[in-house]
Design a binder for this molecule. Sequence first.
Ligand code: GAP
Length: 511
Amino acid sequence: MAQQEDHFKKVISHAKEYGYIFGSSEIYDGLSAVYDYGQNGAELKKNIRDYWWKSMVQMHENIVGIDASIFMHPTTWKASGHVDAFNDPLIDNKDSKKRYRADVLIEDYAEKLNQKALKEIAKAKKRFGDKFDEQEFVTTNPRVLRYRKEQETVLQRMARSLEAEDLADVKALIEELGIADPDTGSKNWTDVRQFNLMFGTKLGASAETATDLYLRPETAQGIFVNFLNVQKTGRMKIPFGIAQTGKAFRNEIVARQFIFRMREFEQMEMQFFVRPGDELKWYEHWKETRLKWHLSLGLGEENYRFHDHEKLAHYANAAADIEFDFPFGFKELEGIHSRTDFDLKAHEEFSGKKLQFFDPELNENYVPYVVETSIGLDRMFLAVFSKSLEEEELENGSTRTVLKLPAILAPVKAAILPLVKKDGLPEVAQKIIDDLKFDFNVAYDEKDAVGRRYRRQDAAGTPFCITVDHDTLEDESVTIRDRDTMEQKRVKISELATILHEKIDFKHWAK
Ligand code: GAP
């Protein structure tokens, strides 16, 4: 635990030191849960967004992308259910005056039970070695069975109470489980209350004529209201998808954990419109496809798991999260939701316009069902950044800090380093930059000894360093060093672009 916290602190300070993430308006002491992306952060974020967009839109003939406004007609949010049901159940601790999400307190308690079960399994694995039969152990060991049963009971009761809006029972559950304020240990709780997460704002010149608006809390509704526009103008046939990336806003009361939970964040969402009755087949398809996308980045299969929802949102008939092992444990990274025809039907009802598809094969009109994939770009950034940051022990006993970002996502693909600042080497380095910069984001670095420059580029996440030395002047060759293996190879300058394309191009990653 302490090790995890330590790593998380390093992630935050490294993100600042290397120009990835700054606190918002820091010179005024910042604004809580709001962050700015620096020169490297903006590049990494853009590269993640591009990787998603290309994988979802460019690679699928039946998916197109749009860019809808943040402001939408206020009735949108009545229809979508956000005005009435986009709430968090909050609870205050009377002693510490701290506010928490009641469901998160209970989920954290349940996760501790899960961790206890995993500990038992790990202990047994160690004790029995090769003879260990995990399947038999988890189905017969009384302790594991007890932890798992209790975890299930707790989560099911919470889901039932929230579904029934029985907030008194949510509080009773917290008290029965003896859940204490994580910061102070106090168990002196207020009642649980619902709190709407949408930010309100006004449109109009004077107070009397102004209209109340909301900042969109999800990008999805911009897709639903454009369903017919896109279907008709793009002559789309079901099944088809509409993708979008963009800002969303939520008045998160308990905004913690750096860029994991922010008040202003970016989503990458895709709504896939299908025939009614086909939705669960497509739901499974998208669960699998999205997990594959994550695995393509090579951060390690063990860092992902599915979590099927016990409590379904008001619009869903199936839902799962892809959880990632963040520095504070496994948490939601992406949601895959089977949203039924809830949204389109609601918009039909509130707008009085038909939002239907004429299916020539069935010779009938229907409101399509929707399977949605929804991922937070900032959360994906945190997943990639935190898993890539390593303190590595080297063979000579020294350590190096290295940010092993997947090369396709790295802000700077290669740093070009003249060995010395004289003898014509900087000019050759500059010439290499001028050739490569049309295809790759490359940087020039001439300050300090070359070893220090390598370390600096390792820590900044640059996958390749290209060093120009005196031999270069004779043989037109340079040394290319790989950030992760630290291997160095002598190659011709004329081969550099091909080498980088092979390591970085989209087609080598998204297979
Ligand atoms: N359209 C469905 C939807 O918005 P969600 O589960 O509320 O579903 C989808 O959000 C994703 O957006 C989450 O999996 C998460 O990655 C990201 N997300 C949600 N709230 C966030 C916040 N406050 N800060 C950063 N990312 C957030």
